[in-house]
Design a protein around this ligand. Sequence first.
Ligand code: ADP
Ligand code: ADP
Length: 239
Amino acid sequence: AGTIKINHVSKIYPNGTIGLDNINLDIAAGEFVVIVGLSGAGKSTLLRAINRLHDVTTGDILIDGQDITKARGQELRHQRRDIAMIFQNFNLVKRATVARNVLAGRVGYYSTFKSAFGLFSKADRENAAKALQNVNMVEKYYTRADELSGGQQQRVAIARAMVQAPKVVLADEPIAALDPKNTKMVMDDLKRLNTDLGLTVIVNLHSVPLALEYATRIIGLKAGKLVYDKPIAAVSEHD
Ligand code: ADP
Ligand code: ADP
């Protein structure tokens, strides 16, 4: 599980800007896809469409065969649970503890009710500690998110994604705000979600060298169009 099929997807913003222009993509379960392209190419627009943070103008996006662009209500919430999102700015609740932030993933990305009132079971808390161990952050369990460095915050966000138990992880320029050392830690953590847990991972990046180092497949976007799509083994220095 964790397949993504994108059929003829275009996104025109209300002000007329073309975000995506007829994108077609087939992503198999367990791929580690890196999307590269300049600022404004449409990378973020595409990821936001895949988990329905916004609607597309035309086309459909099938996650394990189910069209998320048409889903509503309970069905949509259900589909979104299978898709975790990592943001450039980490998107943690700044004044909450690391544990609280991680456990927000447990009840699903859009439900903060339980986390707001701290209604978590022992199993939930063990789950959070385990996820934090995986990103080497368990010693920060009780630390407030806003006391962490950027790199630490992003690793907490990855732990939150793990606790969600998704099939797909989308990361939108997750290392844009990080130094080289934290960049490597965060990319390695994302790679482990892919190799150890078998999750489909899609990462937006500016850096081609990083894409070459981590991806199993590289996709290029330019002005909303798909201009490049190759498995890593087929990437040539002339590309
Ligand atoms: P990045 O360069 O990292 O892709 P942007 O600076 O393009 O980020 O976008 C930052 C935010 O502003 C995003 O939430 C994006 O959706 C929004 N945004 C970008 N371009 C426009 C625009 N032309 N009109 C309105 N909002 C925009
Ligand atoms: P990238 O993530 O590759 O930097 P984006 O997906 O953020 O690119 O943006 C693609 C295009 O859509 C850009 O021209 C950007 O300015 C525009 N855009 C992004 N968000 C909005 C928005 N909310 N309203 C209008 N235009 C937007």
